[in-house]
Write a protein that binds this ligand. Sequence first.
Ligand code: ADP
Ligand code: GN1
Ligand code: MG
Length: 365
Amino acid sequence: MPSNLHAVAANFNIHGDYFSAEPHGAGHINDTYAVTFNQSGRPVRYIFQRVNRHVFKNTSALMRNISRVCRHMRARLIEDGLPDASRRALTIVPTTSGADWFVDDTQNYWRCFLFVEGARAHEIIESPSQAFQVAATFGNFTKLLEDIPSGRLEEVIPDFHNTRKRFENFQKSLAADIHNRAKDAKAEIDFLHAHENDCSVVVDAIARGEIPERVTHNDTKLNNILIDDTTKQGLCVIDLDTSMPGSALYDFGDMVRTATSPTLEDEVNLSLVVARPEYFNALATGFLSSLGTTLNKTEKELLPFSGKLITLEVGMRFLTDYLDGDVYFKTSRTRHNLDRCRNQFALVASIEKQFDAMNSFVATL
Ligand code: ADP
Ligand code: GN1
Ligand code: MG
């Protein structure tokens, strides 16, 4: 727990007395804490986050995007007559001087959100109906943000899903091999080389104008959405750091990556890692329930491919980080990134086995 959390919290416009704090969630990037305040006898929780400076260099742009997304989501939800807007869209708690974030004396950036109660982020998907909810809710995120005012969102991390560039970065890390780790990952390196051509498919289709730019989330892993504990419905899209211009395929692909396998992404028993068809079908049905009339023919046709692509891309990023010495993703054991990479490539292989069936199913929708 950071020793200055209590002092940091004093800079936010929160009533009552600081009571307690604990680490919260299982994200790979930021440091997240649930902080409880005593508000005249009632405990009220807030989410505090220390933003990862290494990953996010332009925090102002990031927070400007998040603020615009939160405000627009809230306005649209209220317009649509939905109750509980503060549980369905993140709410930024401003600092005492009215800013969206606070810089501490070690130059760390902090922000605070209302804690969404009565809902949870899940690490492993529980049922096809939950998969439907996840995909419908992430799809609705793009739908609601179609008319966000004040122009394009800022590109917080350029080329975030440019799989071709990710491949080139992998090649550079492999050539440098600064920790002499490539020898541990021969099979994974070969697997990636055999899939090199896949890396250009979506990038090229975007360049040809076949896939339109949309406001997308770009990190739609299962634990970046809160599911209502009572209604079991998809409630609130969180982790808005990478909300920016992108392709709907990135969002669908990351859901296939994180919501079709019965395992965590670092499961080492690879025989358990499979993309289950009933979960894929539920994701596709859910996504198209929100975006069916929005997506064009190419986007729809590439939905199954996007699952394979984003799983390959994230596996490649884990491998690259392993070669680089674990500098990007949080790790909790040696070879953690290599284990994650192996898991993701096993999932790619499982998707490939079922690719025809996935394409046939999407064609029926
Ligand atoms: P990271 O970028 O590190 O993944 P997230 O923004 O996803 O950070 O937050 C980490 C975890 O904290 C989430 O998976 C979720 O469990 C929890 N969380 C984040 N924001 C909220 C919120 N406003 N209310 C409740 N839980 C939250
Ligand atoms: C990171 O922040 P988190 O844990 O939701 C990463 C994603 C990866 C994911 C892999 C900003 O997501 O791109 O797909 O880990 N986020 C960033 O689990 O790089
Ligand atoms: Mg997250």
